[in-house]
Design a protein around this ligand. Sequence first.
Ligand code: ADP
Ligand code: MG
Length: 293
Amino acid sequence: MTTIAFATCTELLALDPDDALLADAVRALGAEVVPRAWDDGAVDWSAFDLVLVRSPWDYHLRRDAFVHWAARVERETRLLNHAATIAWNTDKTYLRTLAERGVPTVPTAWVGQAGPSPSLADLLAERGWAGGEAIVKPAVGLGSSGLLRVPAGDPGGAGAAHLSALAAAGDAMVQPFVPSLPVAGELSLVFFERRLSHVLRKRPAAGEFRVQPEFGAVTVPATATPRQLAVAERALACVDDDALLYARVDLVAGPADEVWLMELELVEPTLYFEAAPGSAERFAQLVLDAARA
Ligand SMILES: Nc1ncnc2c1ncn2[C@@H]1O[C@H](COP(=O)(O)OP(=O)(O)O)[C@@H](O)[C@H]1O
Ligand SMILES: [Mg+2]
């Protein structure tokens, strides 16, 4: 029997509800699905026909170990998405590469671990962002980890302190706060094998700006405009991986209605099967095809 591991974390061995839908759909096609924590040293990954990266939502705490894990698993069996893609996409500095290649991304100032750490106030002034709120976040993060919303002028200096702390530990990002987030949230375009499968909007709870379900956000089916689709496809075209199984492109609206890329998620995105009837079944078939290839 074809056996597929879902790589998750210890807390999610029962799988999150969205991946449970996928597991059911894969099992309905006659394959076995076995959730395993990526960092469980007792797992023999070579016993699986395919290791599908789904919810290792603690990797940001030990990114190097995770990237090494992916490379090792890929030497032993099939891994999707591929280890090289995982290495590239677990560090948000890939956004800088995309911006350099013409993809419109949320304006970002990068503060490197290597270089001198500029003061937040100077950096915001230099970029012309001093009049508004800002976001300070780590380049390696997920689920809004390590992210701080900083009021204009940074009264109390919490933003500056946060930036110094992040920059001491790794690369950090400073962005103007995108005002559309609390109102419109993010538009997510889900691609299977580079073809658009479904689109949804993640709307934050009242008074929130983060779009994860843990913060009360809701998901509604949506459609993408040609402009939004074009940005998503431009971002995907920069991905050098001819076996990309899944991708989620998160877009936001800039203040002049620009279409900006917030994230291109190729590692462990929630794929929101529940927002699109039939999508779990379609994806399950692709997963099975990959496992049997
Ligand atoms: N510049 C920004 N302006 C407003 N909200 C932001 C900004 N950057 C991030 N956020 C909010 O924080 C969430 C998490 O940030 P994101 O960059 O997507 O990292 P991750 O999802 O990997 O934690 C976003 O989905 C969005 O809701
Ligand atoms: Mg995100």
